[in-house]
Design a protein around this ligand. Structure first.
Ligand code: FES
Length: 97
């Protein structure tokens, strides 16, 4: 289960606009302890691209839909950023390439 799914199952308001398809940054979370952050798999390029668009990016930011629960992560604490950017809602008009 991803942190995004865990949040939704526990009524935590983590948006997840693209439902985990790495096409948004609304599931941005901040790992509060760098030791836990270092246990995570490195983000793939697509995740880094989306994180670059995230509001309030930090050194320990990740996308919640990409952090998968595992025994090693037992006790991990995540903070939600003060805001998120959702281009679909905030008036961004997608252009074709
Ligand atoms: Fe969109 Fe995680 S829900 S990237």
């Amino acid at each position: 289960m991803s942190m995004l799914e865990a949040a939704h199952e526990n009524d935590v308001e983590l948006e997840g606009a693209c439902e985990g398809s790495l096409a948004c940054s609304t599931c941005h979370v901040i790992v509060t302890d760098v030791n836990y952050y270092n246990k995570l798999e490195d983000p793939v390029d697509e995740e880094n691209d989306m994180l670059d668009l995230a509001f309030g990016l930090t050194e320990t930011s990740r996308l919640g839909c990409q952090v998968i629960a595992s025994p090693e992560l037992d006790g991990i604490r995540l903070a939600l950023p003060a805001a998120t950017r959702n281009f679909a809602v905030d008036g961004h008009v997608a252009k074709s390439h």
